[in-house]
Ligand binder design. Structure first.
Ligand code: NAD
Length: 479
């Protein structure tokens, strides 16, 4: 049932040139569930060579036809939702119910991008001179290299592929090493939807090597990256050397402000559900919780209780709400951050560390009265841990929220119009949820500011990242 993860180059599935493969583990059991192919330099060169010829064919396909094939890809994902969801759960450890939802969201992304393909307009600009025509035309940027993380292994490759294809670009996708199976199944859906050979390509292997090689090629004109800030900076530097356009969806450390006048218990429940999502391995997971002094104790108690109630266990069990972390590296990172905070005086208000000794299960952990010096107040935890701090004045909470170089998501809860307006104006983020946490949908722009990156995916902004503007002006032949 777990797919054979090969390279997909110029419409052909095949092993890496040297026959090398690497293992994929099930994080719930630590067992090997499959392997993925390692691309060699010759494999990558093959992908680059074929691109130049084939990309022309796709950009010339009428937008309405490109849209039809993207809708078809979305429909195939829905038809195969159960199969894809199981693979997602096996390699990432996300609960099966969440995995099914992720596949449906990815299908929705294909539908949205299909619609966007039909709405790429140019402009006719009035000229200063008689008889002169001035056109601003939108064209596909060219060949895209996209690298995606493991934490939403169906949505992220889908979003990059859907937007690139909608714009008329060809794409080489490199999924994360922990979750290649989901990308394999997404690319199979595109193949079966009639996307011509060579338009979508899948490569796996050593991420540093693949990125360096592809970004050094004059064929690649665009980089779309979702991942951590440090890797994003490295790739942006490589892209800068060749002036390659970038969309950078990087890490966050979402501040969450709860004011005295917010309904404490419903907010605590909502935030606990968010925190548990994907074991906290979500770029916009609420991480630094600033709670106003008047409701601090009440909030802490309600939040701790809501976290305790989350059912952690076998992700293939339909009743499970939270599964394991993706790998040993994340487990260690979370354990280190919790130990450091406690050493610096934070109190453990919930959670009990590692669960069991098989699989990467970690309890939902609540750290109370965390000092600013603790590493977790600066470093993205990307795991099932939240840090709580009290505050008195809104000004103080906003200042603390904006203190870090991250600027991805924030949440705030208040009944006061004035407070909400002030938060909306002053929080330095790309995504802000006021009185709720639903900040992502196919039709809305998603992206950060500051070190969390630049450019947006989704919404009408998403396709923009794959288009360039050409100005064409024409006068009557000179007399
Ligand atoms: P990561 O940066 O380690 O990996 C992401 C991608 O980069 C993967 O494809 C990986 O193979 C590749 N990569 C890793 N090392 C590389 C290297 N040296 N050179 C080139 N490529 C390399 O991040 P991760 O741990 O997989 O994912 C978690 C991070 O992603 C978190 O920081 C999270 O906040 C961020 N993220 C951001 C968003 C967003 O939309 N802003 C969404 C999801 C995740």
């Amino acid at each position: 049932m777990y797919p054979k993860n090969q390279l997909f180059i110029a419409g052909r599935w095949r092993d890496g040139g040297a026959g090398e493969t690497l293992p994929v583990l099930n994080p719930a059991t630590e067992d090997e569930i499959g392997r993925f192919a390692v691309a060699t330099e010759a494999d990558l060169d093959e992908a680059l060579r074929r691109r130049q010829r084939l990309r022309e064919t796709w950009r010339k396909v009428p937008a309405v036809e490109r849209a039809a094939r993207l809708h078809r890809a979305g429909a195939i994902l829905r038809e195969r939702a159960e199969e894809i969801a199981r693979v997602l759960t096996l390699e990432l450890g996300a609960p099966i119910a969440a995995a099914r939802m992720e596949v449906m969201i990815a299908a929705d992304v294909f539908d949205w991008s299909a619609g966007e393909a039909r709405r790429v307009y140019g402009r006719l600009i009035p000229s200063r001179f008689p008889g002169v025509r001035q056109l601003a035309v939108r064209e596909p940027v060219g060949v895209v290299f996209a690298a995606s993380p493991w934490n939403m292994p169906v949505i992220f490759p889908s979003r990059k592929i859907a937007e690139a294809l909608a714009a008329g670009c060809a794409i080489i996708v490199k999924p994360a090493e922990d979750t290649p199976g989901c990308a394999t199944l997404v690319v199979r859906a595109l193949e079966d939807a009639g996307i011509p050979p060579g338009v979508v390509n899948l490569v796996t292997g050593d991420p540093g090597f693949i990125s360096r090689h592809l970004l050094a090629s004059p064929v690649v004109r665009k980089l779309s990256f979702t991942g951590s800030v440090p890797v994003g900076k490295q790739l942006a530097a490589l892209a800068a050397a060749r002036m390659i356009r970038c969309t950078m969806e990087l890490g966050g450390h979402a501040p969450t402000i709860v004011m005295d006048d917010a309904p404490v218990e419903p907010v605590a429940l909502m935030l606990a559900e968010r925190k548990a999502r994907n074991s906290g391995q979500v770029c916009n997971s609420p991480t630094r919780l600033f709670v106003q002094s008047g409701v601090y104790e009440r909030f802490r108690a309600a939040f701790a209780e809501a976290l305790r109630a989350v059912r952690i266990g076998d992700p293939l069990d339909a009743a499970t709400q939270m599964g394991p972390l993706v790998n040993r590296r994340r487990m260690r990172a979370v354990e280190e951050l919790v130990a450091d905070a406690r050493q610096q005086g934070a109190r453990l208000a919930g959670g009990d560390g590692r669960i069991g000794n098989r699989g990467f299960f970690h309890d939902l952990t609540l750290l109370d009265q965390v000092p600013d010096t603790a590493r977790i107040m600066r470093e993205e935890p990307f795991g099932p841990v939240a840090a709580l701090q009290p505050f008195d004045r809104l000004d103080e909470a906003i200042e603390r929220a904006n203190r870090l170089p991250f600027g991805l998501a924030a949440y705030a809860f208040s009944a006061s119009r004035r407070s909400l307006d002030e938060l909306a104006e002053r929080l330095e983020v790309g995504l802000l949820g006021l009185n709720h946490c639903n900040i992502a949908a196919a039709e809305t722009p998603f992206g950060g500011v500051k070190e969390s990156g630049y450019g947006s995916e989704g919404g009408s902004e998403g396709i923009e990242g794959y288009l360039v503007t050409k100005f064409v002006t024409e006068a009557p032949p000179p007399a």
